[in-house]
Write a protein that binds this ligand. Sequence first.
Ligand code: MOS
Length: 735
Amino acid sequence: MNRTLTMDMPDTRRRLDDMAQGVVGKPLNRPEGPLKVSGLATYAHEHPLDGMVHGVLVRAPAVKGTLKKIDPKALDQLEGVLGVFSDERFLRNAAQGGAGKAPVQGVSKIEYVGQPVALVVAETFEQARHAGQNVILSIEAQTAPVEPEAGDVQVEMQDRRGVDQGDLDRAMQEAAVTVDQVYRTAGHHAAAMEPHCSIASWDGDVLTLRGSYQMLNFNVDELADSLGIEPEKVHMLSPYVGGGFGSKLGISPEGVAAAIASRELGRPVCVEMTRQQIFESILRRSESRQRIRLAANEDGTLIGLGHESLVSNLPGERFAEPVPQSTHFLYRGENRRLSLGIARNHRPPAGSVRAPGEAVGMPTLENAMDELAEQLGMDPVELRKKNIPDRHPEKGIPFSSRKYAECLDEGARRFGWENRNKTPSGLREGEWLIGHGMAGASRINMLGKASARVTLNPDGTATVESDMTDLGTGTYAVLTQVCGEMLGLPVSKVATRLGDSDLPHGPGSGGSRGASSSGSAVFLACEDIRIKLCERLGCQEEELTLKDGEAISGNRRVALTDVLAGKPIVGEGTIQPGNTLSETLQAGYGAYFCEVAVNRFTGETRVRRMLGVYAAGRILNEKTARSQCLGGMVWGIGMALTEGLVHDPRDGHIVNRDFAEYHLPVNADVPQLDVVLLDERDDAASPLQSKGIGELGFSGSAGAILNAIYNATGIRVREYPATLDRLLAGEGILG
Ligand code: MOS
């Protein structure tokens, strides 16, 4: 009944290439797009249930301590207030992505400024917010370390993220040319457009939670774990999600608080977080300190590579931004030392934010490569091509597919790299210094266990069902296309239902694995249907052509509606990761090229043009894939120039906790961006031959911009973002 494939072997059949409908890969518009732009798509906050009341979370103002008492008396006189709830089951730290559990942490123990400690519920949001500002907390406060690089901070090494191979120190001594630099990157905020919001309601002992979440399959378990109830009693709905970028991977405080208050009040409770609360209590990306060492022969061949990083997190949190993730395999160098340490401190908890690891580890590696190329007097593109290893330089395993060199070459050709400015600070236009820079892109590929159900209906339409989410990434479109392709239906005949935890479990959206994983489950479910069709038609699956609602086999051509004869066919498929993930190194690759102009008096940097060339296996939808890459480059502009969390050195609280102070790129900051997607098939990745693309689009992009700034000004900024003050402080010609 359920067609299951474990990826223990490459799937070399490439069945999608045999199909006749011709919709996979095409730039299909999002089927749900009209609902979104017309306001008919219902996001988490848009379910006004009968009798619904509103809750607002109360934050801890201390970096560490114990909450002794909540004094609700001050609220007695306030209109509409229904209660103040605080329960040890409330979440102190949001669950990490894919945790599947969220055990009781105890909110009376305060671990960071902004930690939610209570929920005030009132008839209206305004009443609850006002009351929340009047709650009196009695706290026994303590001090706690908040600076990750302070001398007395405890550092825990993450041995599974490190490698020590050969003798890097010796390679550095013997090499003809070396780079040994420290880079720093600021913490980031996911900044999803839709705020976190949950509406909880109970029917007996069954909880329904309408929320904005990325991974329902895991979120149901997390919510059940927090509440101490069975997962079967939890029903979650997230049909539309207004961006996630990692911030909605795990169940977060508002969901648990809404569920608890709703149960006690016997009414639906809506808890929407303010932007400031999201900044303060939803997992941030850690800042990082990275020492990078490169040792090369005169011809540019790397003989040594070091990438030693420090990130931070709260005590007890397991997540550590995996900074060197792609450094392990991207370049040669037999002598290697890569390490990752977590500084334990009391800044707000850190977790996954867009492309955890590569987001901050790739730009710096690519900055160091730029420094090496300059010392060698080599074209940075050539230096990278020269150092592409034949096999994984640490594990010795082969690469499943890799078009890194092709991305570099195609990018250089399209950008006109040979005509770039070759002398730092040598190209001027009035008061603007013009520079060109490039960087490589790399991001590991993942596959998650995923199931899907497809129904071929008697009227010749099909329905795809999964608890997968669509964060604006294109899941609805891609799953519709895979189904249409496999069953020979125009996409208008396929309806996709997502974001309901009662549907077959997908992997959720995270780690750029959603399209490949859930798309493979749909592919398998459709194969299941094709086999069942063949049983009725008396033919072999390989001989069956399905196109435009007709089944063709040999000389026979039958309408699907006739084959079905009033009875639907249901297909189910499950994909799971297998040996190909450990036997081959799977990753997507790319290359960025950009031109910047830096004002020689103010240090203001404008990105003038930027190109990204990517190879990520089969592209399932040219339009949504391209959009992911555009978004990735916009993230790169933000990381390079303006984005960075600022923590108060006294108590670690996030100072710039809104969009007025945390500067995302706006339209005026983003030039016309160009995206090129190369054709590729990765048989080891999935039966679709596709790899993740969303996070790839960002990984490394900020590095190209800082390399271009150097080319424009002669100033190496080694601390992200390259703000005006950092540029003006650099030795050189600015100011
Ligand atoms: Mo992504 S940071 O795995 O949502």
